[in-house]
Design a binder for this molecule. Sequence first.
Ligand code: ADP
Ligand code: MG
Length: 226
Amino acid sequence: MSDRPVVQAVGVVKGYGEGSTRVEVIRGLDLEVVTGELVAVTGPSGVGKSTLLHLVGLLDRPESGRLELDGVDVAPLSLRERARLRNRMIGFVFQHHYLLDELDARDNVALPLRIAGQRSAAARSRADELMAAVGLAGRSGHFPDQLSGGEQQRVAIARALAMRPRLLLADEPTGNLDRDNAVQVFELVRKLHLLEGLTSIIVTHNEELARRCDRVVDLAPAGQKV
Ligand code: ADP
Ligand code: MG
């Protein structure tokens, strides 16, 4: 781990709506995540965990405060620049796998590379490499509905890593899995985090899994913390 911050948030504020319907979700958040760190984000439902990941993942913008990725202030970036930075730097995994039903596992994993302009053969070869890395060598030709929930999530993790991101953002990646599968998928993320030299932020409700990370950031309001 080095001390170089990959994510730095200072006084970040984000809410939804205006006037009497406004809900302020993130109220002046300070967060620093350094290169190589594996950080768990916890807290009760509705506290703003997904909102935080959307901000860090450049899917949404802070209303105020400062957010830097790799030392770059992201506020002045255009939509296009944000998309470029996101595609190059960030891999996402969500609670639902969002695999495309009509593509087999290999082509799902290869999709980000094809969109980025890679030739089919090179993209598929990288996809097979990643399928092996997530323990699914030999399943490349399976379609999502021929895979178990745990396997579908493994394919989604492989897809998130296709572009060799530096930052992995996972929003309750084991939330739909039974306990054994949740532990296995979580351990897979931890293994890949180390192997690929990632910096990772993982939202989880599971405190046992959160404790396996380098650090836990609990978003629960002070009064609700146990
Ligand atoms: P968590 O992931 O911790 O469950 P979220 O970040 O999804 O929480 O949501 C935090 C709060 O913000 C919730 O009260 C939710 O209803 C609200 N919220 C989230 N997204 C929107 C949106 N697009 N518009 C309005 N309110 C939203
Ligand atoms: Mg959420």
